[in-house]
Design a protein around this ligand. Structure first.
Ligand code: 6LW
Length: 504
């Protein structure tokens, strides 16, 4: 597709924030979508939609330690990569890689996608990431994975048959053929892949065959989706999945990023999920413009889910599915039961920097937002943090008599501001918004302001910091910003947490 047409795409994700590697399936009028979750627990957020545009998180697939154990040695951007979600034979099937366990591919199933999902079946015979599951009419199941290679599998037992064979390496010269999905559409089997790497060169290509195991013939118009070398506000587009609506129309979900600031541009929310319509020409898919204002518009009514609740008073025992913790969520360290109506975090003796951090947060999903929390630090030390990873975060931390703003950027860690405060609970706040003027080629993507709220509601800023240091272009990796609460020492209690999108 010509670059000009690519550049006509709109710029809004359908699932904003760090929600990469989307995989989608439809059952009747309901769509379900799963994403990667890396070092966070619970793993694999699961969304539901009736219109492909409005999505509501209904759970997390790997939400028990029996399904997901991420040891303290799991690095940032380690853990859970790239699920495939399918519905077959009356059940939902999800195959995913836990790279914390080597190439630890596993399969879980459920009859209700909101859970519970089964304990995992291990698949040692699949040696690569990004596993896909596809069934022939006679029930033969193929697992296709990054490379791109394929092996026959019994998904119920995890047993593989024979050794994997290479299917297609993508466009000659393009790196990282990955994220395969295999579909039977009409008389062909289509093999959709991502290639070019998950950075600015990312793209989606496709090949087809009369049989699921090849040989595959590449589409002459490859890549069928890429924003590489365009000025489009959505970049790094790739890692896609296809789904057909009940009216017969086809749609693609894929990941993309929204870089901001001067050159080279920094993206801070991670890789987000976008949607585009797909039409067919000469037996090949053609990708159109991105939702939420897709052209053509969906031929069915848009069905917004329940409005998102941005305040949490921690009144219920179970945490909402949008809360994620670093590596695990042992009730000894993160609970709403110890003081009802409060979230209690108990440190393991580490700080926010160390691998055993006790941190629970939610994805930053808006380019501008404000997060606040009421903290009781009387039995410990902790606070509110904007976290890209353990080596890149800004935090405002309360000790009981003092608050301080801490900036950690790679090997550098410093307290950039301190302020004495009266003992007792206090409100900590973070606001993300425009970078300060003047704006030029070196301007960062945004500014992160950290401070305290007085009892009369006025906000006192203690520091405003350049957001580029909490971007993927600086920190590296596959995740995005998460804003949340942490305990660095002792026990720290939080009465409520409020997240408010702001206009930008
Ligand atoms: C994922 C690969 C990719 O396994 O990034 O963008 C990797 N695509 O397919 C991690 O998300």
């Amino acid at each position: 597709m010509p670059l000009q047409q690519q550049a006509a795409r709109a710029a809004d994700p359908v699932i904003p924030g760090f929600h990469p590697d989307p995989s989608v399936c439809r059952v009747g009028d309901d769509y379900y979508l799963a994403c990667s979750s890396f070092e966070y627990f619970p793993g694999v957020p699961l969304f539901h939609s009736r219109d492909l545009v409005h999505w509501t998180q209904i759970g997390n697939v790997l939400d028990r330690p029996e399904q997901l154990r991420l040891p303290a040695s799991t690095p940032s951007s380690g853990g859970i990569y790239a699920p495939t979600l399918r519905h077959h034979d009356g059940r939902f099937w999800l195959m995913v890689t836990n790279v914390a366990e080597g190439a630890g591919n596993l399969i879980v199933t459920a009859t209700d996608p909101a859970g519970p999902w089964s304990d995992p079946v291990r698949v040692p015979g699949v040696p690569g990431i990004d596993p896909d599951l596809a069934w022939e009419e006679d029930g033969t199941c193929w697992c296709t994975f990054a490379g791109v290679a394929q092996v026959r599998i019994d998904p119920a037992t995890g047993r593989t048959y024979g050794t994997p064979h290479t299917l297609w390496s993508g466009t000659p010269g393009a790196k990282a053929p990955e994220a395969p999905h295999l579909y039977r559409i009409g008389d062909h089997w289509y093999l959709l892949i991502a290639e070019g790497g998950t950075e600015r060169g990312h793209g989606v290509s496709i090949a087809r065959s009369r049989t699921p195991d090849g040989p595959f013939e590449p589409c002459p118009a490859n890549p069928i989706l890429t924003h590489r070398s365009t000025g489009h506000p959505v970049q790094n587009t790739g890692h896609a999945d296809l789904v057909q609506a009940p009216d017969g129309s086809w749609w693609m979900v894929f990941l993309g990023v929204r870089p901001h600031g001067g050159t080279p541009g920094w993206h801070v929310l991670g890789r987000e999920t976008f949607l585009a319509p797909v039409t067919w020409a000469d037996g090949w898919p053609v990708v159109g413009e991105v939702a939420p204002n897709p052209t053509p518009a969906p031929p069915w009514p848009l069905v917004p889910g329940p409005a998102e609740e941005h305040r949490d008073d921690f009144e219920s025992r179970e945490l909402r599915p949008s809360w994620i913790s670093v590596r695990d969520r042992s009730p000894d360290h993160c609970t709403t039961e110890e003081r009802p109506g409060w979230l209690t975090l108990s440190a393991r003796g580490g700080s926010l920097d160390e691998p055993d951090v006790v941190f629970t947060g939610r994805r930053q999903q808006h380019l501008a937002c404000r997060a606040r929390t009421l903290v009781d630090p009387s039995a410990g030390r902790g606070g509110l943090a904007v976290r890209l990873d353990e080596r890149h975060h800004y935090a405002i931390e309360a000790t009981g008599t003092e608050v301080r703003v801490i900036a950690r950027v790679g090997d550098l860690r410093t307290a950039v501001a301190t302020r004495a405060v009266p003992a007792g609970p206090l409100v900590l706040g973070v606001t993300v918004g425009d970078p300060p003027p003047p704006h030029g080629p070196c301007t960062g993507p945004d500014a992160v302001s950290l401070g305290i709220e007085r009892p009369d509601g006025t906000f006192t800023e203690l520091a405003s910091l350049d957001g580029r240091y909490l971007s993927t272009e600086v920190a590296g990796g596959f995740t995005g910003r998460v804003i949340g609460m942490y305990a660095a020492a002792g026990t720290v209690r939080f009465d409520w947490f409020d997240y408010e999108p702001l206009d930008r």
